[in-house]
Design a protein around this ligand. Structure first.
Ligand SMILES: [Zn+2]
Length: 206
């Protein structure tokens, strides 16, 4: 707490810049597409979990009896609207998505979360055609973000499958169609103007 007041009052001296080697060195090579897909996934988390979309609950991560807190939080949200962050608001992306596509899997996910709140993610729910990939099946929020990323990057969607319907879900929102067009045109111009791979060296950043 002392640090907090020192920082607020601007009385804390600046931290000295260390000159010892960082713990990780070497190159991380990631394709432009992988990078863009990851950023798009994260972008959608921030869009869909903002306070105008979800009524945030206090984090239960710090609580001792997590199961008790999770059960209480699930019960305190309108039925089927609980997300790990809080209760999905009416007409929110995550709320509509869970209502439209999660069905019985939502209860399976809640049960798994209550049984093992420490685990973080639920495994074993993936079925091809139902989820765009196995990570999407771990949590409704991850399903939403992965399906959105698929919506942005896929050229074709088979809407006969549930995974396809989840991907096509976003086309119902003009603002998301706009983001799709923007990301795709930026990526297309990157591909023509730069090398095919982006390379980062952690060492170079120090
Ligand atoms: Zn995620």
């Amino acid at each position: 707490m002392d640090d907090f007041y020192a920082a607020r009052d601007n009385t804390m001296p600046p931290l000295p810049w260390t000159n010892f080697a960082p713990p990780h060195t070497g190159r991380i090579v990631i394709s432009e597409t992988e990078l863009a897909q990851t950023l798009t996934h994260e972008l959608f988390h921030s869009l869909s979990l903002s306070k105008n979309q979800v009524v945030h609950k206090h984090s239960w991560a710090e609580q001792k009896d997590k199961t008790h807190v999770v059960v209480h939080q699930i019960k305190s949200c309108p039925p089927g609207s609980y997300t790990r962050i809080g209760c999905a608001k009416k007409n929110s992306y995550i709320g509509e998505f869970m209502k439209g596509f999660w069905g019985r899997d939502l209860n399976r996910w809640y049960n798994a979360l209550v049984a093992e709140p420490e685990r973080g993610q639920v495994v074993g729910m993936f079925r091809a055609g139902k989820y765009v990939n196995s990570y999407a099946a771990t949590d409704p929020q991850e399903d939403l973000a992965e399906s959105f990323s698929n919506f942005v990057f896929a050229n074709k969607v088979d809407v006969r499958s549930l995974a396809g319907k989840k991907t096509y879900f976003f086309a119902g929102y003009p603002e998301l169609l706009q983001i799709r067009g923007h990301v795709r045109s930026r990526l297309a111009s990157l591909k023509t103007s730069q090398s095919t791979r982006l390379a980062f060296s952690i060492k170079d950043l120090n």
